[in-house]
Design a protein around this ligand. Structure first.
Ligand SMILES: Cc1ncc(COP(=O)(O)O)c(C=O)c1O
Length: 379
């Protein structure tokens, strides 16, 4: 059976060129980068080179790049680590449509006494910037917002958020996990204090991410132990993962514009086809364009369970997720869809399609046919 992977927002396959640069570090160059002899020192050099490549690619300094295990850790670290060094600042501002890594990290601070302010979004998922500015006080620890939303694809105006934060001298943490590779990111052009990145969303390895910490931003470690990562993140470095992430990021940024065009073509075409075929299909989030992640379509159907639809598509070789992959095994309505006022009936009838490099325009009619069959089977 031919299969169609349409869940690139959940994860992407590792590029073969990325695998190629990783492979030697899994086997031949196995030294611990902290060791004093040659095979350790050489790996330390490889890590430093990767850090420089990543910094150059993002418009950052090498000493602002801190490797860790992925997006979840990076966001937890940014939020809790910054709170640790600023005990006098007790209010945290976020949005109602954050990834659980951010939301739950904020809620863990709330349980310890912080005040958590969740700023509303409009029907397309755009932050109410006036409410955001109004929520800032002398006690505000930080503003933490997602750049490109993983469920509905809304792309926030991070420049505007950054200007507000600068005006009030408040730290800004941005979850850029879905944005990397799909949107241009230049840290010399926008002022961000902390930024989360995860390699497996841009054809790099899983279990590998980084936290960008702007020079002068004081963050305490989340993981304690040895003196790795400039004393801020303990644990023997995964050299293969670091080298792989650097190569994946370099390639993602180099191909970003072409990738954006490829993904936009696929989602615009598929959306038009779906709208022509199904009377009750609803697109969640903004219309395709500059303010939407190009490859992501959140589609709701009435009188259908998204989970059942995803299973019926799976039986036909089409892989999609429901609202969000992280909660794909449960029938809890998505908090993001709730925040943009999607009625519960459609909230639970939502699937997320996210295209990638290997998807082709020619595949779209076949995928649509499978979707038609799956809906017919369930209704
Ligand atoms: C927007 C967003 N933030 C954070 C994460 C967590 O990243 P990781 O899977 O690397 O822990 C994800 C992954 O789904 C995501 O989509």
């Amino acid at each position: 059976m031919k299969t169609y992977y349409l869940d690139h927002a959940a994860t992407t396959p590792v590029d073969s060129q990325v695998l190629e640069v990783m492979w030697p570090y899994m086997h031949d160059h196995y030294g611990n980068a902290s060791s004093i002899y040659r095979i350790g020192v050489e790996n330390r050099k490889a890590i430093n080179q990767a850090r420089k490549t990543i910094a150059d690619t993002l418009g950052a300094l090498p000493e602002e790049i801190y490797f860790c295990s992925g997006g979840t850790e990076a966001s937890n670290w940014a939020i809790k680590g910054y709170a640790d060094t600023h005990p006098d600042l007790t209010e945290i501002i976020t949005s109602t449509i954050e990834h659980h890594a951010t939301l739950h990290a904020c809620e863990s601070l709330e349980r310890k006494g912080h005040v958590l302010r969740k700023i509303d979004v409009d029907k397309d998922g755009f932050l109410d910037l006036k409410a955001l500015e109004k929520a800032i006080s002398k006690q505000t620890l930080m503003v933490t917002v997602i750049w490109g939303n993983n469920e509905i694809g809304t792309v926030q105006d991070i420049e505007a958020v950054s200007r507000i934060c600068q005006k009030h001298d408040v730290a800004l943490h941005v979850d850029a996990v879905q944005a990397v590779g799909q949107l241009p990111i230049d840290l010399t052009a926008v002022d961000i204090d902390l930024m989360t990145i995860s390699a497996h969303k841009f054809y790099g390895p899983k279990g590998m991410g980084l936290l960008y910490i702007k020079k002068g931003t004081d963050v305490a470690p989340l993981i304690h132990g040895g003196r790795h990562e400039m004393n801020l993140r303990a644990g023997t470095e995964c050299v293969a993962g670091i080298v792989g992430m650097a190569e994946a990021l370099r390639r993602a940024v180099e191909r970003q514009q072409a990738y954006h065009e490829h993904l936009s073509r696929l989602s615009t075409t598929f959306l038009a086809m779906a709208r022509e075929t199904f009377d009750d299909v609803r697109l969640n989030g903004p219309l395709p364009g500059r303010q939407r992640l190009p490859g992501l379509l959140s589609l709701s159907f009435r009188h259908i369970e998204g989970l059942q639809l995803a299973f019926a598509l799976d039986r036909r070789g089409v892989f999609v997720s429901t609202g969000s992959a992280c909660s794909a095994d449960s029938l809890v309505p998505s908090h993001v869809l709730e925040a943009i006022n999607v009625p519960e009936l459609e909230n639970l009838g939502t699937i997320r399609i996210s295209f990638g490099h290997d998807n082709k325009t020619d595949d779209l009619p076949i995928i649509l046919g499978h979707l038609q069959d799956a809906l017919l089977e369930l209704r």
